[in-house]
Design a protein around this ligand. Structure first.
Ligand SMILES: [Zn+2]
Length: 143
């Protein structure tokens, strides 16, 4: 996938993280007033990391994931609603599946970005496949 905005935002994020990491190392051992200043600076740099991360996520949500866009003809990352449509079940059930709250059913592997769930299409497909196998095995065992 090629996107100049992604590249720029990712570079900014990496830059912010490396600044924060380096600062963390060089400030270690600072004492007295210095350490107070150092802490303030560290906090500022940590916030910069979060801001850069948020900017990247916002861009991904807006310009890629919602449209499918550069991620391919089929969306690679699905929302809870989209997984619900794919499985033909209510969103509330998908939420339970993601949280591993459905008895005897493995949870659907996914990532989180803040409050947003990032569910990869391939993860849902392989989860479905493992479910089919488990069901077939249970049936063969006469359960
Ligand atoms: Zn982009």
């Amino acid at each position: 996938m090629e996107c100049k905005t992604c590249d720029a935002l990712l570079a900014a994020y990496k830059q912010a993280v490396s600044l924060y990491t380096n600062a963390g190392q060089s400030f270690r051992g600072a004492l007295g007033d210095d350490s107070r200043l150092a802490l303030k600076e560290l906090r500022r740099l940590r916030q910069a990391c979060k801001d850069a991360d948020n900017a990247l996520m916002a861009h991904l949500h807006q310009d890629h994931w919602r449209k499918g866009g550069v991620l391919g003809p089929e969306k690679e990352i699905l929302s809870i609603k989209e997984v619900a449509e794919m499985l033909g079940c209510p969103s509330s059930h998908v939420r339970n599946l993601l949280n591993g709250k459905v008895p005897n059913v493995p949870r659907i592997p996914h990532l989180r970005s803040g409050r947003v769930r990032l569910i990869r299409r391939v993860a849902v497909l392989s989860w479905l496949e493992s479910l089919k196998q488990a069901t077939a095995a249970a049936r063969a065992a006469g359960r």
